[in-house]
Design a protein around this ligand. Structure first.
Ligand code: HXC
Length: 282
């Protein structure tokens, strides 16, 4: 659907690029001519993505970092700039999430998710933004949020708070950094089956119910999201700034799907959510 040169000449950093939607975006962007750096906590999935991209005859690099660690993020960005020369695009995709009764959350549990999603996005945006401003050639930052950033949603409150903050950051910096020709936009995906999200958020029975209550009768396919992201970071979208594009088949207009879980008795919800929680030995 695009010219294979759509992203030619662009150097792109994708956080959480080793798995899930981050991985699909990394592969798609490389296919469209970009040089891609994938950042994540675990080296193995990152190395696999790099290998896949190199097998297409494109250039990629892996950088191990936890987005919660501002100093490490800053040195990771320096490493990428040292190898690629410039950074033109940042995709803040790294996320953390789980289902829980909010009154049972420890401060550390809240901080774990907000630390990855909100603080992590700030750390990456700040490090890359400084570089883009100094570089003087503009740039583009794309943040992956969720429709519950504006609706709210039961049982995923740390993620809701963090995504709402990221959306606010997107709109604020779209104005503040416009003078540097840095565009900031967001994508709010609905349900896209990925191992990371499904293993933490999909209770038994939710899958069929989720399709039934989606106006399109299905979940999203990761390439659909990757193509939207490719368009938004490309020069074809050069006048789109401060926007959030929803890609959910119209799901949120039917009511936030996590809210339907409030129909379950509390104890039943808790038992099901606990069953999804990884054991320390996993
Ligand atoms: C309650 C939990 C919990 C759970 C962890 N905690 N899991 N509390 N229910 N299921 C608590 C722990 O007890 C601990 O608090 C604190 O959170 C930190 O836990 P750790 O396991 O030590 O943290 P860490 O190893 O850093 O892992 C972070 C994580 C984990 C967020 C908890 O899930 C993670 O790494 N996720 C990354 C990938 C991911 O989540 N992907 C899905 C994104 S999906 P205490 O007090 O005990 O120390 C997404 C889609 C949204 O965002 C859109 C949907 C439509």
């Amino acid at each position: 659907m695009f010219e294979t040169t759509l992203l030619a000449g662009k150097n792109i950093l994708i956080t959480g690029g080793g798995t899930g939607l981050g991985r699909v975006m990394a592969l798609r962007f490389a296919e469209l001519g970009a040089r891609v750096a994938v950042l994540g906590r675990r080296p193995e999935p990152l190395a696999e993505v790099v290998q896949q991209i190199e097998a297409q005859g494109r250039e990629a690099m892996a950088v191990c970092a936890d987005v919660r660690d501002a100093a490490r993020v800053s040195s990771a960005v320096d490493e990428i700039v040292a190898r690629f020369g410039t950074l033109d695009v940042l995709v803040n995709n790294a996320a953390g999430n789980f289902l829980a009764l909010t009154e049972t959350l420890s401060p550390n549990a809240f901080n774990a998710v907000v630390g990855i999603v909100l603080n992590g996005t700030f750390h990456c945006t700040s490090a890359v933004g400084k570089h883009m401003i100094a570089q003087g050639k503009g740039g583009c930052i794309l943040n992956i949020v969720a429709t519950y950033a504006w609706t709210g949603a039961a049982y995923v409150v740390p993620s809701v708070c963090a995504k709402a903050g990221v959306l606010a950051m997107t709109r604020s910096l779209a104005v503040e950094w416009g003078r540097y020709r840095i565009r900031l936009n967001a994508i709010a995906p609905g349900p896209f089956p990925t191992e990371g999200a499904w293993s933490r958020l999909m209770l038994p029975g939710m899958e069929e119910e989720g399709k039934r209550r989606n106006p399109t009768g299905r979940f999203g396919e990761p390439p659909e999201l990757a193509n939207l992201a490719a368009y938004l970071i490309s020069d074809a979208a050069s006048y789109i700034n401060g926007e959030c594009v929803t890609i959910d088949g119209g799901e949120w207009l039917m009511g936030q799907s996590f809210n339907t879980l409030t129909m379950l008795p509390r104890d039943q919800f808790q038992a099901l959510a606990e069953a999804l929680r990884p054991r320390k030995s996993d």
